[in-house]
Design a protein. Structure first.
Lengths: 116, 115
């Protein structure tokens, strides 16, 4: 079974530039998550999709971040314009809920962003 | 509301000695609990999970955790540390009964294994 795919793995940009990250979840997984992990910290949820609808984007800085999930499969996270504090690893995860028991999260390798 | 507290940000043990990484949670429903490990420059890997079955959960690489509802704890243990266990460990709580399928991460515990 193929895992969660993310690209690019690494990206270096200047502040005020834009960047986009792509995620392809495991086939059949209904829920997709984008997390931001700043060095030395735990992952922080940015946005959660259920199929192609947004469940939670309360911690997404909407003035500069946007995300979409087309046709309930792939997802793209965009940052425009980037700030220095956006330097982080952006993790995509997906999960398949079965009944009442929450399934585990499956993570991609992450996309490391450095903003200069 | 859900929350999770990892009581130690850093833990150092000698190789061959026991490992204890502590996690306390808060949940309005019957929670699902997970431990993930992250090696440097790698993605997160599931170690083990509790989803209201047996309270003592065995995971990969000799790790196990015990769900204690009365203490709202889910501590991770391993009888004998190996050098390859050095990594960052995250405790995660989820409330399947809430219907939101949110996963809340702790701040992480960095495990150092001394030769």
């Amino acid at each position: 079974e193929a895992g969660v795919a993310q690209s690019p793995r690494y990206k270096i940009i200047e502040k005020r530039q834009s960047v986009a990250f792509w995620c392809n979840p495991i086939s059949g997984h209904a829920t997709l998550y984008w997390y931001q992990q700043i060095l030395g910290q735990g992952p922080k949820l940015l946005i959660q999709f259920q199929n192609n609808g947004v469940v939670d984007d309360s911690q997404l800085p909407k003035d500069r971040f946007s995300a979409e999930r087309l046709k309930g499969v792939d997802s793209t996270l965009k940052i425009q314009p980037a700030k220095l504090e956006d330097s982080a690893v952006y993790l995509c995860a997906s999960s398949l809920e079965v009944g009442l028991y929450t399934g585990e999260l499956f993570f991609g390798e992450g996309s490391r962003l450095t903003v200069l | 509301a859900q929350s999770v507290t990892q009581l130690d940000s850093h833990v150092s043990v000698s190789e061959g000695t026991p490992v204890l990484l502590r996690c306390n949670y808060s949940s309005s429903y019957s929670p699902s609990l997970f431990w993930y490990v992250q090696h440097p420059n790698k993605g997160l890997q599931l170690l083990l999970k509790y989803t209201s079955a047996a309270t003592l959960v065995k995971g990969i690489n000799g790790f196990e955790a015990e769900f204690k509802k009365s203490e709202t704890s889910f501590h991770l243990t391993k009888p004998s540390a190996h050098m390859s266990d050095a990594a960052e460990y995250f405790c995660v709580v989820s409330d399947p009964g809430s219907g939101t399928y949110k996963y809340i991460f702790g701040t992480g515990t960095r495990l150092k294994v001394l030769a």
